[in-house]
Design a protein around this ligand. Sequence first.
Ligand code: PMP
Ligand code: GLU
Length: 394
Amino acid sequence: MYKLSDRVQSMATSQTLAMAAKARELKAEGKDIISLSLGEPDFNTPDYIKEAAIQAIHENYNSYSPVDGYVELKDAIINKFKRDNKLTYDRSQIVVSTGAKQSLANVAMVLLNPGDEVILPCPYWVSYAEIVKLAEGVPVEVPTSVETDFKMTPEQLEAAITPRTKMLWYSSPSNPSGMVYSREELRALADVLVKHPEIVVVSDEIYEHINFVGDHASMAQFEDMYDRVVTVNGVSKAFAMTGWRIGYIGAPTDIARACNKMQGQITSGANSIAQRAVITALQEPISKIQYMIDRFKSRRSLITQLLSEIEGFVVTEPEGAFYVFPDVSYFFGKTIKGHQIKNATDFSMFLLEEALVATVTGDAFGSPNCLRFSYAASEEEIQEAVKRIKQALA
Ligand code: PMP
Ligand code: GLU
């Protein structure tokens, strides 16, 4: 009898996707589940982007695309980096992939040797640790907490660095905490990194436009860091295009070339029609998607306010993305309605079963005291979800 590889057997299932699948299953059984689990905008892709895809179909964009993306898309990405981030890249530094998830996997595959360490400030996005492990790297978790707004300090970074450190990965705005590093905070981290020129930084900026506090800062904007930062971005979140699967990087040329080589053996160029649509998405002004960002902002206030009214929830107001990440450790060790709550996973299951509200346990993100709520859901759903949680806890 065959056996599956050690590689896949030792890999954890994506908890965000698993919770979303469970919520879908329960809904199909007729249960009235409110899903605040998956980080996915509840908006439709804007019409002007859809039109560009329809036009691309009519224009017969049906052949394999260049592995690293159409030249026109790379140019649109170069202009976007200039316009939004004041970053200068040329075509040899851009690689388009099947979602930012593949961009991240490429980078891990081309940079990590077995045993190389990757510093992950906690909470980190669920797939970082598993992607690193798949590439035989070692995730090094740096804990942060609600008290420090989930930010890693320069001292913590310094203490985590060893001779095996190869990379630092983080997202800002952060999934799952919603924290946003200011330019000054990034500079303070960069001051540590300049002493360690062998460390590559992966700056995941996929929530860049969903930022409620002001300017988005990029690590590559610092001249003394530019040549070892991989800037990761994509259209899933701000453009409501999760299913279209387009992400991209701006990177030092040799890293970009290596990603191109890796991708050429695994998936080839990303979907041709989606790439043509993304040219339009990136060329049009950001003001066209502002209505979605405004809605996320008002939902943020709503959910933060409502959750903080629940005894035992310690909530910080997120500064970006569309997640709120309360500390719920108050409930650990309690038994509620016959459910023993030992940890955040038990609490998340309790909310699913007793309140019919789907969330994601903080364990998935390396922060076991917390629970993630995605507020990429309607105001009515948010209100109803919190009402049900209060009732379940009453
Ligand atoms: N990075 C972060 C922080 C995310 O939340 C996501 C969400 N899917 C991704 C990367 C991957 O995005 P995608 O593959 O849809 O471009
Ligand atoms: N990034 C989203 C989330 O964290 C989508 C799911 C995923 O790709 O893991 O929920």
